[in-house]
Design a protein around this ligand. Structure first.
Ligand code: EPZ
Length: 416
């Protein structure tokens, strides 16, 4: 199994370009089956979650190509509405296809989704919302069988602003005559990106940025050539790496607004952050002082997908920090591995109590989930000696070329 071998202690200097967001590209790929015309998605990251989604679409009869970041989907040959078990189990975003499949095929059967083991990750909000749209759903032992023959527009209010449920319900509504309103919907930039692409395809969708999606049904959608918005989580991961290693890095192709929850926390520390057009530069020349509290929340609050990486930074900062994970019930898996490196972390329920120890010691650790794995790499970059990160297939789900990118910034890391 592949692993990273990291020798810690190097500063990071240099420029990198951020590619399109995994969590947008996956939703846009689902939306690509809402038209029989060709859909072109540019600046897509070459990561395993995208590869799996392309194999799911291929399994449904779509013709997909992926070349130098550009994906083309031709779903005119789509001939299935069933997502088989093993692939669906690999990635959670297979459930995001449900809404689009119902809009396209009226019937759909999908296996219960897989994805990161960061919590139960139920899909009750997806199911409740689809039922409000008149979709008949039978839950069998390991799959959902859905029939949207009598689906209709509706008003609904989500009990929590679920990203996946919002995406599914918007895609399930685009052809429903009349007006569908999804109140308390998720407002993440990736969903605004989906809204923008759907509008470019001829849909009538608005209000996602305000947390109240309004969809007016249209007859059909046409093809589109669309560029995926930059990945704020990948960008945030490398900003935290630079804050930990010290040095000066510039990220190209970022959206300032999408990084504000993180940069507000980094600027508290010894980091100097500047912007120019679509570039952000972070300069760090000292060990940070830990903020007393970090609490994750729905956008625009601090993103749960950067929580593990921030936890790694707190282990070497000065002072104590309480990290509160409010979205997922089991997203502190990296803490056990960081403790092996000498970190002082106590996890109680949804809180991690961290006491900065100044430096970590290299050892062998295991990635347990996508973002927790990235956190271990960051810890290895600053630890004394050599750190080996195993099970890095978790990291491959969301980071393209992590080792070459970090090496280009001066890190001593290789994939073996
Ligand atoms: C999306 O997952 C992202 N994945 C996650 O990124 C991200 O962490 C999450 O949104 C929150 O921002 C993709 O976009 C592919 P949710 P999703 O539904 O849609 C509960 C990464 O690292 N919930 O917003 O699954 C759920 O248990 C991944 O890139 C229900 O209770 O997240 C969780 O506690 C990890 N019932 C909370 O809502 C439901 O029906 C937020 O989940 C659905 C969700």
């Amino acid at each position: 199994m592949a692993r990273y071998v990291i020798n810690g202690g190097n500063r990071l200097e240099g420029n990198i370009r951020i590619k399109g967001a995994k969590n947008s590209a996956l939703a846009l790929l689902s939306a690509s089956i809402l038209t029989q015309e060709s859909v072109v998605l540019r600046d897509c990251p070459d990561i395993s979650d995208i590869g799996n989604m392309l194999s799911i679409l291929g399994g449904l009869g779509c013709k997909c190509s992926f070349d130098c970041g550009t994906i083309t989907v031709d779903s005119s040959t789509l001939d299935g509405a069933e997502i088989e078990n093993n692939t669906a189990k690999k990635i959670r975003s297979s459930v995001f296809l449900l809404g689009a499949m119902l809009s396209r095929c009226k019937k759909a059967k999908i296996a219960y989704p897989g994805g990161c083991n960061i919590g139960l990750r139920p899909i009750d909000i997806h199911i409740d919302g689809l039922r409000k749209l008149g979709v008949e759903i039978v839950e069998t032992q390991d799959a959902l069988e859905c029939d949207a023959t009598h689906a209709h527009s509706a008003y609904m209010r989500l009990k929590i602003p679920s990203v996946g449920a919002t995406e599914n319900l918007i895609m399930a509504s685009v052809f429903l005559h009349g007006k569908t309103v999804i109140d308390n919907c998720a407002r993440e930039p990736e969903i605004v990106d989906l809204q923008n692409m759907l509008v470019a395809m001829g849909a009538k969708v608005s209000g996602v940025e305000d947390g109240r999606a309004v969809i007016e049904g249209v007859e059909s959608l046409h093809g589109v050539d669309y560029t995926v918005l930059p990945d704020r989580i990948v960008a945030g991961t490398y900003l935290i790496a630079a804050a930990m290693c010290q040095g000066e890095i510039t990220l190209e192709n970022v959206r300032r607004r999408h990084l504000e929850a993180l940069t507000a926390k980094l600027a508290d520390n010894t980091c100097n952050i500047t912007y120019k057009d679509d570039r952000i530069t972070l300069y760090s020349n000292g060990v940070s002082t830990n903020p007393p509290l970090l609490s994750t929340g729905y956008y625009p609050d601090f993103p749960t997908d950067l929580q593990s990486q921030f936890l790694a930074m707190m282990t070497i900062g000065k002072g104590k920090c309480v990290i509160e994970e409010n979205l997922f019930e089991d997203r502190f898996k990296a803490a056990n591995e960081l403790r092996l490196m000498g970190a002082d972390i106590v996890v109680r329920g949804k809180r991690a109590f961290v006491n900065g120890v100044g430096r970590l010691n290299g050892t062998t650790v295991k990635a347990c989930d996508l973002r927790g794995g990235a956190a271990l790499v960051l810890a290895g970059l600053v630890a004394r000696g050599t750190t080996i990160v195993e099970d890095i297939y978790h990291i491959d789900r969301g980071y393209e070329d992590m080792a070459p990118i970090l090496r280009s910034l001066g890190a001593d890391i290789k994939r073996i």
